[in-house]
Design a protein around this ligand. Structure first.
Ligand code: ADP
Length: 410
């Protein structure tokens, strides 16, 4: 058994998974939330392999336990997590993690691969908080608390931006005054890199093709959403930029917008910087257009005949098509187009509509395959389609665990 603990830490909560890297299966997962409050909450799920008679593959039974307790800070959160392991297993004394992998949102232009965390790396992550004020500080709080909880174990930072560090200057440079851009490190960084990497590699492996030979487009469509153009395993373009606000229409974020809209709202409506930030990040996207950030609600509202829900869906799809076309052009055609994350894995209509105009480029989605309610990685294009279209369930935790183990072993 080779357990690796993966931690994804936010400001008031963190998620964790303990993964046995020999079998790449999850031993336990959990969520510690309402950190900083008196009524904190922790839940812990244990997955146990249960070999069924007559079944070659083991199935995994699960048991969840939860608890309310005060969790003043991340350190107390890790203590609660350790107590849950003690009480419900698996025992971390019997099989201690060989590495702890941490999701870190912003690695700037400094971190382009998974990195063993040292005090200096912590300082660098802290310094990059300028670029990601909402994300890097809580990521770092999680790292510091986890290093106290697991002092003898290598801790590894895996950056959301790292996979996109292969972008050429033409793709990552904004056309603004270059001195101002340099002074403030303004450029496109890209996010969801761990997912784009995992999905593009899983697609190549599933198809039995050499990653280096494939031109791929990956649509990561969750609450946050981004698309990447990947040539031979290297990201050459992606829709998110300096921050995760640019690009596709998202649950609550606007994605691409004329920057002059902000100037207009500032001058004409007297909106402050914080109000504009709140508008574009929290009150836009599907929520702003249709009153819900959840595509399932939008679909139900469309069925009830709500016009604003239909418009929201159409705006969402219009943007997906624009990026599909742009990235076909950047790559000079595609071999594989994949959909992943909450919307990408579960919304056949979004997938079909996003690609419906691409027949000229040899993209043909098979309606029955697309609608089939199957789990796991699968092909949804027709056999005649010259581009293979896939649904690929993403697994960012597993990708973080793989990269962390590699660093810990090197
Ligand atoms: P996050 O970015 O928070 O990790 P997810 O990848 O979990 O998000 O995606 C969450 C979103 O996926 C939901 O807000 C919803 O819009 C969408 N979603 C989840 N399940 C379905 C479904 N069965 N049908 C359509 N959309 C779904």
């Amino acid at each position: 058994m080779t357990p690796v603990l993966v931690v994804n830490s936010g400001s008031s909560s963190f998620k964790y998974q303990l993964i046995d890297m020999d079998a790449e299966h999850v031993l336990a997962s959990g969520l510690v939330e309402r950190i900083g409050e008196a009524n904190g909450h922790s839940s812990h799920t244990v997955f146990a392999a249960a070999a069924e008679p007559g079944v070659a593959m083991p199935t995994f039974t699960e048991a969840t336990s939860s608890r309310e307790l005060p969790i003043p800070d991340h350190t107390a959160g890790f203590a609660a997590m350790l107590e849950a392991f003690d009480a419900h297993g698996p025992s971390l004394d019997d099989a201690p993690p060989v590495a702890v992998g941490h999701r870190v949102v912003h690695g700037g232009a400094r971190f382009f691969e998974p990195t063993l965390i040292t005090p200096l790396v912590e300082i660098n992550i802290d310094e990059l908080s300028v670029l990601a004020p909402l994300h890097n500080p809580p990521n770092l709080a999680g790292i510091r608390a986890a290093r106290k909880a697991f002092p003898g174990v290598p801790h590894v930072a895996v950056f959301d931006t790292a996979f996109h560090q292969t972008l050429e200057p033409a793709a990552y440079t904004y056309a603004i005054d270059s001195e101002i851009a340099a002074a403030h490190r303004i450029r496109r960084y890209g996010f969801h890199g761990t997912s784009h990497k995992y999905v593009s590699e899983a697609a190549a492996a599933f198809l039995g093709r050499d990653l280096a030979s494939l031109r791929q487009i990956v649509f990561h469509l969750g609450n946050g959403a981004s698309v990447a153009a990947i040539d031979g395993g290297r990201s050459i373009d992606t829709s998110m930029g300096l921050t995760p606000l640019e690009g596709l229409v998202m649950g609550t974020r606007s994605g691409d917008i004329d920057p002059a809209v902000l100037l207009h709202l500032s001058r004409r409506a007297g909106m402050s910087t914080d109000e504009l930030d709140d508008l574009l990040n929290k009150r836009s996207g599907l929520l702003g257009l249709a009153g819900s950030n959840d595509l399932r609600d939008i679909r139900a509202a469309i069925e009830r005949g709500e016009e604003r829900a239909l418009l929201a869906f159409e705006v969402y799809v219009h943007r997906l098509r624009a990026y599909a076309g742009a990235y076909l052009a950047q790559l000079g055609g595609a071999d594989v187009i994949s959909f992943t994350a909450g919307v990408g894995e579960n919304a056949p209509r979004v997938r079909a509509e996003a690609l419906s105009t691409l027949g000229f480029a040899g993209v043909e989605v098979d309606p029955a395959r697309n609608e089939a309610r199957e789990r796991g990685i699968r092909i949804i294009s027709t056999d005649a389609s010259s581009v293979t279209v896939l649904v690929v369930p993403t697994d960012e935790e597993l990708e973080i665990a793989r990269q962390s183990l590699q660093v810990a072993r090197s």
